[in-house]
Write a protein that binds this ligand. Structure first.
Ligand code: WTA
Length: 673
């Protein structure tokens, strides 16, 4: 993209209500945060030179560097080779053997941490549970025994469709203990979405609950699970966790209550020594095709990368109380609620329900109740709270907080400042962590554990050791500092996905074809003069609604599966709270007329097919979609109409349409909606 287009993009972005200019350093906050050393005087962060030396060494001798990091874990067998790189496939710590559940629980029960709190769990209705590391250890063993007795073993796929209750991480660790591969499906997804994932991984078992609480209501998970079981032939059995106590139908011989199975479970199951390259889990995420991709993560590389990056970024101490507000159903929950914190023997908070239930101060109540020191959340949540005013956090004593984190979407400087002032009391650095489902762990982030740098609100800062990002043009050439381009990664890192489940070709295509020799992230970014990265949103056809990834094609497929819809196009509209929302343009089939009722039906249909996160905010019925002469939908025209804005600069024509064509299409569509 040329300079002019980049400039226009900046201006357009600036005009959006809540997004500030990305390259402005807030000198006031910059100066304040230089004083990290004062507010975090007990922390042992490294001098900048040490960070720079470490970073340089990590790139000069990646194998030596990562071997040193890997030695900080415990292995049943040491690796023979640190890295086998047959582009684009990387295998880390080949020949090594380890076990994730051993690292997350067994290791701690052999130390004083056995009586340390592992999980402070808070249920939405106000009930709570506290699990020590020894309790967690016992439960992981018993659950592993339950799995084994149901015939689950190494390499078998287990689908976990659970609300945010302790049973979810326990089942993940139980799977990891015996080498079964878990696929967690976010409990907001529909029966169809669950079944699609179960079919793709050929899940032998589905674990679900009788229900979960959300905003005071019960989410009927078992009913959805039943429907999914009917659509997924491979799943022979299901385990049901009692959470809400509702009366649910259980199919004899297929469905089992967890508590019944636990009554007969063994107390001890030896952790299976697993090859470093054994898959730890498969997690689905949206891409540019209609079908979500099953991202496969390894055991060794993934755990090493997560253990180190988590230490650098969150600088967890034994007296830290860490709370990541994500759902375990997303990668943030996998890496930053379960695996990394538990490997570190941290005390973590897990909350079941909605942030505004029963009141808008629920989160701040939880921070105060448990004395949370590290809070990790999303820009959407911050903007939501910001919109309701600082009187809500002000009701609580938040002085325990020391460090704040942000993830999932770019954080606009305004939200950054609000977070810094009203949640962090102007004491706490904010780590804006850039990463992806595919990267497994943090890639670019301020890292209080290792770099005492001034923060720039809205920038994710510098790359972590071992991570080699670059901003490039369409041909893969590095662009000058300060210029917008595509974010790519130059070399493999241990947390890198090992593939897309059952689809090596798609893996190659999605990540390694677009830019020769580089991992393509799908994000736009700018690197400034001081080397800081500014993330500018997706460059591909992926939406980020409240931090959740959704592919436009996936949404369009869902829309056309409604009998009244002949053709559809989904685009993003920027939103002051959620970052982006979905706007759908639909052409109706013969015999169907536009109506408000049909809009409601279509919304309900999308919720049923994908899940509530796929509900379009705006729906326009049109008779024609603007297309180029080669038949490609002109998305920028749709996006401009959805935003109520002018179509803007059309000098760069990614859509392969002429300026005239774009303008004409825009005017026509504008009239039509
Ligand atoms: C976006 C979430 C800006 C980005 C961990 C990326 C971010 C996508 C940030 C991955 C951040 C994530 N600043 N953008 N700090 N973190 N993103 O797979 O577009 O759900 O490509 O992983 O989220 O989303 P995913």
């Amino acid at each position: 993209m040329g300079r002019l287009a980049a400039l226009l993009w900046f201006l357009a972005r600036e005009a959006r209500p809540s997004v500030g200019p990305p390259c402005v350093v807030d000198s006031e906050i910059g100066i304040r945060t230089l004083d990290w050393s004062v507010s975090m005087s007990e922390r042992s962060y490294w001098p900048l030179k040490k960070y720079q030396d470490t970073y340089d060494r990590s790139l000069a001798d990646p194998e030596g560097f990562w071997a040193d990091e890997a030695r900080k874990l415990e292995w049943f067998r040491t690796w023979d080779r640190v890295l086998e790189w047959a582009p684009p496939f990387a295998r880390w710590f080949v020949g090594g053997q380890l076990n994730a559940s051993y690292l997350c629980v067994d290791r701690h029960v052999r130390s004083w941490r056995k009586s340390k709190v592992a999980i402070y769990w808070e249920g939405e209705p106000g009930d709570s549970r506290v699990l020590s590391y020894s309790t967690l250890y016992r439960e992981v063993n018993r659950y592993a025994s339950v799995l084994k007795r149901l015939g689950i073993g190494k390499g078998d796929a287990v689908a976990l469709y659970l609300p945010m209750i302790p049973e979810l991480p326990i089942f993940m660790l139980a799977c990891a203990r015996i080498g079964a591969v878990h696929t967690v499906v976010f409990s907001g997804f529909s029966a169809q979405a669950l079944a699609d994932r179960m079919n793709d991984v050929k899940a032998k078992l589905l674990v679900t609950a009788d229900g979960g609480y959300r905003r005071g209501r019960v989410l009927e998970l078992k009913a959805i699970a039943d429907e999914a079981m009917g659509l997924a032939a491979s799943a022979e059995r299901s385990i049901v966790v009692r959470r809400v106590g509702s009366d649910i139908p259980m199919r004899q011989g297929r469905d089992f209550f967890l508590h019944d199975l636990l009554a007969r479970a063994d107390l001890r199951v030896e952790p299976e020594p697993l090859e470093a390259t054994h898959p730890l889990y498969i997690l689905y995420t949206s891409g540019t095709t209609g079908k979500p991709k099953g991202i496969v993560h390894s055991t060794g590389g993934y755990l090493v990368f997560n253990c180190s990056t988590y230490r650098w970024v969150f600088d967890i101490r034994d007296d830290s109380v860490y709370w990541c507000t994500a759902d375990v159903g997303w990668v943030t929950g996998h890496s930053s609620i379960v695996y990394a914190p538990l490997m570190h023997g941290a005390s973590l908070v897990m909350y079941e329900g909605a942030p505004d239930y029963p009141r808008l101060d629920r989160w701040w109540d939880i921070v105060e109740k448990y004395g949370v020191t590290v809070l990790y959340t999303s820009p959407t949540a911050i903007r939501m709270f910001m919109g309701h005013g600082e009187q809500w956090p002000a009701l609580h004593d938040l002085s325990s907080l020391e460090l704040l984190g942000s993830v999932g979407e770019p954080i606009n400087p305004e939200a950054w400042r609000w977070y810094y002032e009203h949640i962090g009391g102007e004491r706490c650095p904010i780590v804006d962590t850039w990463w992806q489902t595919e990267t497994g762990g943090f890639m670019i982030s301020p890292a209080p554990g290792i770099q005492p740098l001034p923060l720039k609100p809205g920038s994710a800062g510098l790359p972590l050791p071992g991570v080699d990002p670059v901003v490039v043009d369409d041909e893969g050439n590095e662009v000058p500092r300060g210029e917008k381009g595509l974010l790519a990664i130059r070399r493999p890192w241990p947390g890198m996905l090992i593939g897309i489940h059952n689809n090596p070709e798609r893996y190659r295509k999605a990540y390694w074809e677009r830019l020769p020799g580089l991992y393509y992230t799908g994000d736009y970014a700018i690197r400034d003069e001081e080397g800081y990265f500014w993330l500018l949103g997706r460059a591909d056809e992926v939406l980020k609604v409240a931090g959740h990834r959704l592919g436009t094609l996936e949404l369009e497929n869902a829309a056309v599966s409604h009998p009244a819809v002949a053709e559809a196009a989904a685009v993003a509209r920027s939103d002051p709270v959620k970052g982006e929302t979905i706007v759908l343009f639909a052409i109706l089939g013969e015999g169907h007329g536009p109506s408000e009722q049909l809009k409601d039906e279509l919304r309900a249909h999308m919720r049923r097919v994908v899940g509530a996160i796929a509900t379009p905010e705006g729906i326009y019925f049109v008779t024609k979609l603007p297309k180029t002469s080669s038949g490609k939908i002109m998305r920028r025209v749709l996006a401009a109409v959805a935003a109520g804005a002018d179509v803007g600069d059309v000098s760069t024509l990614e859509d392969e349409a002429s300026v005239e064509e774009v303008r004409r299409a825009y005017e026509q569509l504008k009239k039509a909606v």
